[in-house]
Design a binder for this molecule. Structure first.
Ligand SMILES: Cc1ncc(COP(=O)(O)O)c(C=O)c1O
Length: 356
């Protein structure tokens, strides 16, 4: 494995206090950088002081969106070490994203070693208060200085770190969601199943409109019929109807969420029926109306589990579980966060411990 050059910053920043954390607003002292060109492939793994980078105005990623990213977390365990949650699985998804937009894949072990080193260098940035974490953002973008649509010949990979506060500092807060029946996020065969910036740009207008109307998130329907549930905001979606948990299948327009996968595995372990199948918005609204819809929740790295308290579809509004946190949502949240902080057994080997 290639050596990792380390260039430490001269002046360390003041680490924010727990109250100051928020999400995605503070960045640690260092970042990991790698480059790609046709002659050397991926090379030059190094840790540098965090800071602005110089780019050319013609840089291809800015014009044609050839870029990908990941989002994962590290947690401060009780013994002081750092628990990384499903990092290699996130890097595998990173490579899935890379392939779809013609970005050269990267060696997962090399990337993992680089991340470990970065965490060692910026160890102090992993917060320790309950519910806090270090958000890890790997990304790659096309760096050719060129106008014209084709895959770039050069790329830059970076990993930056952002300490984040407890998502539910004041307790679980069920969200109000609006079913989007005009705009769509992604189409099958498109790029909806990978983490690439265009998907997020496509989601902005509907999200802004929903927020203006007092909703927290948009529930996306499929692009062909505007009928089948897809995702909610930047989370996968699950509904519990008559004791069975249903989540839309990975049909090509949905992101294969790591939390979705973890949730399915945990539910199976608990012998709670869980199926991946298409479910229509009409079925959901009907089940909400006649009391069969027991719980609805989003799954994602940021919030882990996000209970849905009410759902608006066209003119109809339904309150779910009296707008309260469902028993299963709470149990799943406790289980997953317990594994992440190391207070629950890690039966699936999802944790890598970075000793510091
Ligand atoms: C569109 C979208 N769906 C679902 C998810 C949830 O995925 P994960 O559980 O891997 O964070 C995310 C967040 O990464 C997302 O951006």
């Amino acid at each position: 494995m290639a050596d990792i050059a380390i260039n430490l910053c001269k002046n360390r920043k003041t680490i924010p206090t727990t109250d100051e954390l928020g999400f995605g607003v503070h960045f640690s002292d260092h970042m990991l950088v790698m480059d790609y060109n046709l002659e050397k492939g991926w090379h030059g793994t190094r840790i540098e002081p965090y800071g602005p980078i110089q780019i050319d105005p013609s840089m291809m990623a800015l014009h044609y969106g050839q870029a990908i990213f990941e989002g994962m977390k590290a947690f401060r365990a009780n013994d002081g070490n750092i628990n990384l949650f499903r990092a290699r699985d996130h890097f595998r998804r990173f490579n899935d994203s890379a392939r779809r937009v013609c970005i050269p894949e990267i060696d997962i072990e090399e990337l993992f070693a680089g991340l470990e080193k970065l965490l060692e260098v910026d160890n102090q940035w992993v917060p320790s208060a309950h519910g806090t974490a270090l958000y890890i953002r790997p990304f790659i973008f096309a760096t050719d200085e060129f106008l014209g649509v084709r895959p770039s010949h050069t790329y830059k990979l970076m990993i930056i770190l952002s300490p984040v506060g407890a998502y539910y500092a004041e307790g679980f807060n069920p969200v109000k969601i609006m079913v989007e029946d005009k705009y769509v996020r992604a189409v099958r065969g498109g790029i909806g199943e990978i983490k690439t910036p265009g998907n997020y740009a496509a989601s902005l207008l509907a999200a802004v409109n929903a927020q203006k109307k007092g909703f927290t998130q948009v529930l996306w329907l499929d692009a062909h019929e505007l009928k089948w549930l897809e995702e909610v905001g930047t989370m996968n979606i699950m509904v519990k109807i008559d004791g069975e948990v249903i989540t839309p299948p990975l049909n090509g327009s949905i992101l294969p969420g790591m939390t979705r996968d973890s949730t399915i595995k945990i539910l199976s372990k608990w012998n709670i029926p869980v199926v991946e199948k298409q479910i229509s918005i009409d079925e959901v609204m009907q089940a909400a109306g006649n009391g069969h819809l027991q719980e609805m929740f989003g799954t994602g790295t940021a919030a882990v589990i996000s209970p849905v308290g009410s759902i608006q579809y066209k003119e109809n509004n339904s309150v779910i579980n009296n707008g309260e946190v469902g028993e299963l949502s709470q149990k799943l949240f406790d289980e997953i966060t317990g594994i992440q902080y190391g207070t629950q057994p890690d039966d699936n080997n999802w944790i890598d411990t970075v000793k510091v």
